[in-house]
Design a binder for this molecule. Sequence first.
Ligand code: PEP
Length: 248
Amino acid sequence: MSKRAPFVIANWKLNGGIDLTCTSVASMLNKQFEVKIGIAPPYVYIGDMVSFLRNSNIMVGSQNVSKFASGAYTGETSAQMLTEVGCQFCLIGHSERRQVFLENDHSCHTKLEKALANNLMPILCIGENLQQYELGLTNDILYRQLHQALPGLDLNGKELCIAYEPVWAIGTGKAASTEQVEAVHSFIYQELVEILGVEKANRVHVLYGGSVSKNNVAELLSTPHVNGVLVGGASLDPEHFSEICTIA
Ligand code: PEP
């Protein structure tokens, strides 16, 4: 796969507020970046962020999307609603959603369908936990997550991202080594070819996430089959996030 403009996506999780929304926007707006940037704040700040960033090419996204289209599903937000307020992408199946909210590969598949049908670029998060990693099960876990979530999706004319996020690297300050990332990303690419065919697989952006910072982003992005990064903790510091985007 050839190198394309990398994606740098911020996941604020359940952090930030209107202050961080304003300071982040201010620190991004007066700079030129070569990368495709996206920010996923908590739902309630999406509308403000979309309007603050309307004259930029920075994407705003959500951290989740409902598997339902509408109805009696208290607390849910549909893909159509997210598109309507200006979201361009959504995270699906983040490990915290899988662990804390018991999401599974089946619900990820339904969410992917809903996102794609509503022109939201999905970022499907996959990755093994520490125990699975130590048992050498990484490829088995990724195989299951990809093969259960992706087959049967209508990707014609749509963009799709996969974020490889080893759970043991999230928020720990211990990113996977570039050797590990290279091996896993080439496995993911191989599975994407099997599921989607070469042409569609070549269009998927495969991101790495897990303790990305200004210190390791350049090395990670120079690794084969890495087309971007998903940044959690470091994206909560606007200066740090903007340095990551500049380096990338
Ligand atoms: C994440 O949770 O998506 C993430 C990448 O977090 P961090 O960068 O803090 O490891």
